[in-house]
Design a binder for this molecule. Sequence first.
Ligand SMILES: NC(=O)c1ccc[n+]([C@@H]2O[C@H](COP(=O)([O-])OP(=O)(O)OC[C@H]3O[C@@H](n4cnc5c(N)ncnc54)[C@H](OP(=O)(O)O)[C@@H]3O)[C@@H](O)[C@H]2O)c1
Length: 386
Amino acid sequence: MSNDNKLIILGSTGSIGKSTLEVIKHNRDFFEIVCLTADSNSIDLAEQINLFKPKYAYLNNHLLIGDLKSKLTHNQTKLLTDTNQLHDILKSDLYSTLVSSMSGSTGLLFTFIALQTNKKVLLANKESLVMAGNLMSKYRKLIIPIDSEHNAIFQVLGHEKTNELDKIILTASGGPFRTYPKSDFDQISVEMALKHPNWSMGRKITIDSATMMNKCLEIIEAYYLFGLKLDQIDVLIHPESIVHSIVNFKDGSSLCQFSEPNMQIPISYALGYPNRINSGRNPFNLSSIGNLNFSTVDHLKFPSIKYAYEALRKPDNSCLIINAANEIAVHAFLERKISFLSIFSIIEDSLDIDDKVLCSNIEDILDLDKIYRQKINKILIKYQTN
Ligand SMILES: NC(=O)c1ccc[n+]([C@@H]2O[C@H](COP(=O)([O-])OP(=O)(O)OC[C@H]3O[C@@H](n4cnc5c(N)ncnc54)[C@H](OP(=O)(O)O)[C@@H]3O)[C@@H](O)[C@H]2O)c1
C-alpha cells in the first residue's frame, strides 16, 4: 500500500474516533491504521488494537498502560505514553492523513504538527481552528472538515471559494432547550443538557450543543476554513438535523447536502475525498420524515452566536479566550460546580480580559492559553455553587 491511505486517529476511543473506525471496517482494503490514541480508555483502545493491529498506540494516562497490555491479544503494536514520541510519529512520513478527533484544546498542537509536515488533516477538533485560526488557515488546502455542517459546505464548494458565492448558512438543531422558556434555564441539570435530540456525541460537544456554543465555535471554524467575510456566514435553526448546511449563490440558487444525522457520512466523505466510499449507512428517505422545519435563532435565549461575531470583529485573541472560557465552564458544569446559565456569564466576563498581545506562532498561542485559563479560573470562583 502507498502512504496515501495510512492513518493516525487522534481520539480513536471517542465518538468520532469510533465512527471513523466503523467506516474503515467497511473499507479495510483501502486504509491502514498506523497509530491509535486515547486518553484513559484502555478497554476500548485494547479492543481497537486487537482488531486493527496498528504499528503504534498512544495512551495519555501512563498509569493505565499495564491494564492496556493485559488486554492485548495482538502484541506487535508499540505502546507509547510519552507525548514527545507521539510528536515524533506525527512529524514522520509513516502516515499520510491525520484524523483529528480529540476533544478540546489538547488537539491543537498535534493537529498543527501534522499540518506543518504537510499531512492531510481530517478535522473534527474544531477547538484547534478556534484557538489558532490565523495560523491554521494558512494550511487550508490540507484540511478536510469532518464537522457535519462544514463537511456539507465542503461537499458543495470543495477547497475553492468561488466569487459566485453569496453566503453559507450553518444549520443548527437548537439542542434540547430550543423550545424551553428562558425563565426555566436556571432549572437545567447536567442530565437534561446531556440529552441531545438528534446526535449521539461526546459529553463536551453535547453541552456545547445545549448552550449553542457549538454553533459559536462553528461560525469561527467556518470563517477560517472557507476564508469568508463575516457577513457571509449565517445560522438557521433546523430541528430535524437532516439538512447539514446550505450554500447560497449570487444567482439566487442554493445548494445543500442532506442525510440522516450520522457522523459516518461526513467522515466517509473526508476519508474518501475526492471519491465517495462506503459509509456503512443508507441514503436518507425524505418521505420517512415528511416535514423539514427552519427558523431564525432566538439570540436573547442563546447569546452564544453573537460571541462569535463579536470575537471575529476584534483583531485580538477573543476566539482563544472564548474557547478557554467555554472549556472551563463546561467542565465545571459537568462537575456540578456551576449552573447552566453560569456558562454564558463566565464566557461574557472572560471576554473583558484585557488583551493586546498578538501571537505569531503556535507556542505563543499555547502560552497565552495557559495565562487566560489562570484568569478565567479566577472568574469561575465567582459562579461556583459547590
Ligand atoms: N461527536 C460528534 O458527533 C462530533 C461532531 C462534530 C465535531 N466533533 C468534534 O470532534 C472532537 C471529538 O468529539 P467527540 O464527541 O468524539 O469526543 P469524545 O467522545 O469525548 O472523545 C474524545 C477522544 O479524545 C481522547 N482524548 C481526550 N484527551 C486526550 C489526550 N490528552 N490524549 C489523547 N487522547 C485524548 C479521548 O480518549 P478517552 O476515550 O480515553 O477519554 C477520546 O478518544 C471534538 O472537538 C468535537 O467538537 C464531534
